[in-house]
Design a protein around this ligand. Structure first.
Ligand code: PNS
Length: 171
């Protein structure tokens, strides 16, 4: 029988509980799920690619059909190299839909054999995004319950470290 491999691509800067929720759902319906972090030198990220991979690896260690990887270039080319037949994306609210539809259609134009599958995270996470998590953490707010505790700890260390560097530069 055919094994269905799916790619769950994203920036994961940082991984949130919403991402983890989707990974868990995806791991139940696909034979193998590859969580693929985009290596994007043009977009400045809070966490390095290696840090993002490490957090994902740590938090997905309990799923035996989930693998963490990184990619650059076109997603469809990466998916073909991985022999994947699906791309998993999360849709939280109707506002995600337009962008996601556009991307799914463009990916279909580029590689018609690849299907995009949308899943909804638990409604508790429907307002959650990595961008808001970064902003809240930078402004000293609590991100408890929004990201896994090890990610919370890394955010705290990263932001305290950055603030120390700014203070040193100002001196
Ligand atoms: O979590 P994000 O940042 O919304 O993920 C966006 C991502 C990584 C899925 C998208 O930017 C992507 O697929 N980039 C790879 C380059 C590519 O294939 N671009 C054409 C998309 S139609």
């Amino acid at each position: 029988m055919k094994r269905v491999i799916a790619i769950y691509p994203g920036s994961f800067d940082p991984l949130t509980n919403g991402h983890l929720d989707l990974i868990e759902r995806g791991s139940k319906i696909f034979d193998e799920l590859i969580v693929a972090v985009l290596r994007n030198p043009e977009k400045e990220a809070l966490f390095s690619l290696e840090e993002r991979r490490a957090m994902l690896k740590e938090m997905t260690a309990g799923f035996d059909n989930v693998r963490v990887d990184a990619f650059d270039g076109l997603l469809v080319d990466y998916a073909v190299r991985q022999k994947a037949s699906a791309v998993l994306r999360g849709i939280r609210a109707i506002s995600d839909y337009e962008y996601e539809l556009q991307m799914a259609m463009m990916n279909r134009k580029l590689e018609p054999r690849l299907e995009t599958v949308f899943m909804m995270p638990a409604e508790t996470y429907s307002y959650l995004s990595s961008r808001l998590v970064r902003e809240i953490a930078k402004l000293g707010g609590s991100v408890q319950g929004l990201v896994p505790p090890p990610v919370e700890e890394r955010l705290r260390r990263k932001i305290n470290g950055d603030q120390k560097i700014v203070r040193l530069r100002r001196k």
